[in-house]
Design a binder for this molecule. Structure first.
Ligand code: MSP
Length: 555
């Protein structure tokens, strides 16, 4: 059994806005992964923190200037506005069946009281130093304009058209440049550190000489403008606050920087979107190096969702917000939504399209026609031919039925070696959840290993034709029918375990109906041992249940 803790994080989300598909997707993928990891380790439920070996963190990033701005637009103070929106995120994630172990808000004392401590350590080591920042300043906008933008606009304000002024102010810098070589080496030598590989190449390209890393500003001035007063102060200097990104990155550490939780560090995986890769794959590890903290195992940068073939935008009307996601959950069930997001998302490849037609197709193919239909076919046959009580896996030479058109005469047991197929499925899961020291991070692919088993059951039914076998009354045929149905049901049980991290509503219902709820504390490999200790027992009630997934029309 794996004992190394598995600490998994999502980005923390800005509270100026309400949750949308971007936030929900990342958090859902992390949820499916955390559920797989718990199952893998035999920790079926979120456990008390001091015992948990899997720890899944999400939360909100609150000290951004745009939070103050949008708060003002809503006639609220930043804290009040952050409270309202953070609650929306908590509620949104609960509505998607997400079981995070903790939720961090950067305005909480447990976070903001610890940040100055890290900054002080970095000041003491000389990695953060006070310098001067000089740039083009737009006095009307009270903001610096990057050099290229200033040049493009003839060194005038884009808004007021007044000339920009060259301004210099005190600022704290982090010695990022000092860590270029170590970072480059670390990423070169640890292929799993930045994933997927395209992202790794992107980062390496920017770290490899002649590319040069410069020191970066990590503070912002505090002025009379209330917008500048929201945030964590630089220790010993009330006139400066910690730049929101630096404040935010520290969340991954503050949450576990307690005596009970220290054992969880370093994080196994920081799951993020590709747009925030630089902060996570370069700045964050450099800060950790400077703090002498161990580095996380993997920074995984997924791609983006587009919608109906176009970039999502509110004005285009193709924006997938929380309400839209809830509409899909209402129509296709929460399982339908979780399945689509988890298996069809832009995880490793290019961007993915949230198209309605594709959603319906995936739902029907995978859930209605495969999982739902197969479970109900098998349940119905057990009901019809054995009164709902599971028959035994009789040892019988199963041969295909030539009368029914099949030509294969060899024993079917050798065609479908369920023990081996189940083991292979477990192997697929292990590989894709990065179990046992592997590097994979693809919970969607792990789920598909379960769907594949279901398709094998379908094919097995097609080949053995139990409904034809049932028409014969000889003893051999009766035993064959029993064996076929037992094998189908037991394989579906194994598949259900692998499908359960996504299908959190219906799989537990199936377990209830078939009396095969996995006992707490059992590992995925044990549960998925075909015919093993947790196998369905002959005589067990495996009757006709409720249809798990109704076929949907395209509307
Ligand atoms: N607060 C920062 C992160 C700090 S982490 C220390 C932030 N927040 S955010 O609210 O803007 O949300 C960021 C996440 O949502 C990113 O991972 C981003 O990739 C993701 N998405 C936003 N729109 C998205 C899509 N259309 N598709 C997929 N994910 C996208 O950045």
């Amino acid at each position: 059994m794996t004992t190394q803790p598995y600490y998994l994080t999502t980005p923390i989300y800005y509270v100026n806005d309400r949750p949308h598909i971007g936030h929900c997707y990342t958090t859902l993928v992390a949820d499916v992964m955390a559920r797989f990891q718990r199952l893998w380790r035999g920790q079926t439920q979120p456990a008390p923190t001091d015992q948990a070996s899997v720890f899944f963190l999400t939360g909100t990033d609150e000290h951004a200037d745009k939070v103050v701005k949008s708060a003002a637009e809503h006639g609220k103070g930043p804290q009040e506005w952050a409270d309202i929106n953070a609650a929306e995120f908590v509620k949104a994630f609960a509505s998607l069946g997400i079981a995070n172990d903790d939720f961090i808000r950067t305005s909480e004392p447990r976070h903001k009281d610890k940040v100055p401590g890290y900054i002080s350590r970095l000041m003491a080591s000389g990695d953060i130093y006070k310098g001067e920042y000089t740039g083009w300043y737009d006095e009307g906008q009270e903001a610096y304009v990057p050099e290229n933008e200033a040049r493009e606009n003839d060194y005038k304000s884009k808004i007021s058209k007044k000339p920009l002024v060259k301004r210099t102010e005190a600022c704290y810098f982090f010695r990022l440049g000092k860590y270029q070589q170590r970072l480059h080496q670390h990423i070169e030598q640890n292929p799993g550190f930045v994933q997927p590989d395209a992202r790794r190449q992107e980062v390496l390209g920017r770290l490899r000489p002649p590319a040069e890393l410069f020191d970066i500003p990590v503070s912002r001035p505090v002025t009379n403008d209330p917008a500048t007063q929201w945030g964590v102060r630089v220790p010993g200097d009330e006139a400066n606050r910690v730049y929101v990104w630096i404040d935010a990155l520290f969340n991954y550490l503050t949450v576990v920087d307690t005596p009970e939780r220290r054992r969880l560090w370093p994080a196994a995986v920081h799951l993020i979107g590709k747009d925030i890769l630089w902060f996570h794959a370069v700045i964050w590890p450099a800060l950790l190096m400077a703090l002498n903290e161990p580095l996380p195992g993997t920074i995984f940068g997924h791609g983006w969702w587009i919608s109906e073939g176009e970039k999502m935008s509110k004005s285009m009307g193709n924006f997938i917000d929380l309400e839209k996601l809830h509409e899909y959950a209402a129509k296709f069930g929460l399982d339908g939504l979780r399945w689509f997001l988890a298996t069809q998302g832009p995880l490793s490849g290019s961007d993915a399209d949230f198209s309605h037609a594709r959603f319906v197709e995936v739902y029907n193919t995978d859930l209605a026609n495969a999982v739902g239909n197969c479970v109900s076919r098998v349940g119905n046959m057990v009901e019809k031919y054995f009164g709902g009580s599971l028959p035994a896996n009789e040892t019988v030479e199963l041969v295909a039925d030539p009368a029914a058109g099949a030509t294969i005469m060899q024993p079917l047991a050798t065609l479908y070696d369920w023990k081996r197929l189940s083991q292979e499925a477990v192997g697929e899961v292990a590989k894709n959840i990065g179990a046992d020291g592997q590097q994979g991070f693809d919970p969607g692919a792990a789920l598909l290993a379960g769907a594949k088993l279901v398709r094998h059951v379908d094919a097995f039914i097609g080949l053995t034709r139990p409904f034809t076998v049932a028409k014969r009354t000889d003893d051999q045929s009766k035993r064959a029918l029993a064996a076929i149905l037992y094998q189908c049901a037991e394989t579906l049980r194994v598949a259900s375990v692998i499908l359960s991290p996504a299908l959190t509503t219906k799989i537990p219902q199936l377990w209830q109906a078939w009396g095969c709820q996995p006992p707490a504390g059992t590992t995925l490999a044990n549960l998925c041992e075909w015919g093993g200790h947790h196998a369905l027992k002959p005589g067990q009630k495996v009757g006709k249940g409720e249809i798990l997934y109704m076929r949907a029309d395209g509307a």
